[in-house]
Design a protein around this ligand. Structure first.
Ligand SMILES: [Zn+2]
Length: 243
């Protein structure tokens, strides 16, 4: 079944993970400078051999992404980049377009434009982002995707936590079985899910509201909060009018 906007209500978690608490996440990928050209950016996920199981390939547990999941993830990423670029063009060219007011209310269009651009930049390359597929530890019921910001905690002389800080570019983007069941058109798309998670990373996007109706209501009631809400960015791009 296609994933609907309603199902996305519980489809995202944003968490901060401590490198001390989660040593498995301490192995950050090497942050290489982005290569130029769209072809040079791929593959986004390195192929890893899955464990043989009887379940459908895209349902198999990870966190390594298997050969069936990788092309689905990559296609969604390419589409997310294309659609985000179109959204940035619309806000830049037509700052008074009613579509902006529909999804972001009275938030200043420059604010919306800046946040869309930062979200697009975050998705432009995956340096510093570890991609996980179907991690059984995080893909609990209803979770379609999640965004994890890694942090490091320094201990004092007595071994007590003294200070915690974000690890620059240390992030995990995880997708779960509902992501692989989502469609590539309409709303609640695979690429829309990636835009939602990228908004968490790029602009510290919040989950004030989930779903189409709640996101529209948020825009009407509080543009500032709508401009913070990850799902508003997802729906803004998914329902972008043709220019
Ligand atoms: Zn979210």
């Amino acid at each position: 079944m296609p994933l609907t906007g309603g199902l996305l209500r519980a489809a995202c978690r944003t968490v901060a993970a401590s490198l001390l608490a989660m040593p498995a996440l301490a192995q950050l990928p090497d942050a290489k400078p982005p290569a130029s050209g769209p072809a040079a950016r791929l593959p986004l996920v390195a192929p890893l051999l899955p464990a043989p199981l009887s379940t459908a390939p895209v349902e198999r547990p990870g966190p390594a992404c298997n050969m069936q999941q990788i092309p689905m993830f990559n296609a969604a990423m390419v589409e997310a980049r294309t659609r985000l670029a179109a959204a940035v063009r619309l806000v830049r060219a037509q700052p008074e377009h009613p579509h902006i007011r529909q999804w972001f209310g009275n938030a200043p269009h420059q604010l919306v434009l800046g946040r869309l651009q930062r979200t697009a930049t975050r998705l432009a390359n995956t340096a510093g982002v570890d991609i996980h597929c179907n991690d059984p530890g995080r893909c609990s019921a209803g979770v379609g995707a999640y965004a994890v910001n890694l942090s490091r905690t320094l201990l004092d002389a007595q071994g007590r936590p003294a200070v915690t800080y974000r690890v620059h570019e240390g992030q995990v983007l995880g997708v779960c079985p509902p992501f692989f069941r989502a469609r590539m058109d309409g709303t609640g798309t695979r690429w829309g899910i990636l835009i939602h998670e990228a908004a968490h990373f790029a602009v510290d996007g919040q989950d004030h509201a989930y779903g189409r109706a709640a996101s529209l209501a948020l825009a009407r009631e509080n543009g500032t909060r709508a401009a913070e809400n990850a799902d508003n960015y997802k729906y803004f791009v998914e329902t972008l009018p043709q220019l």
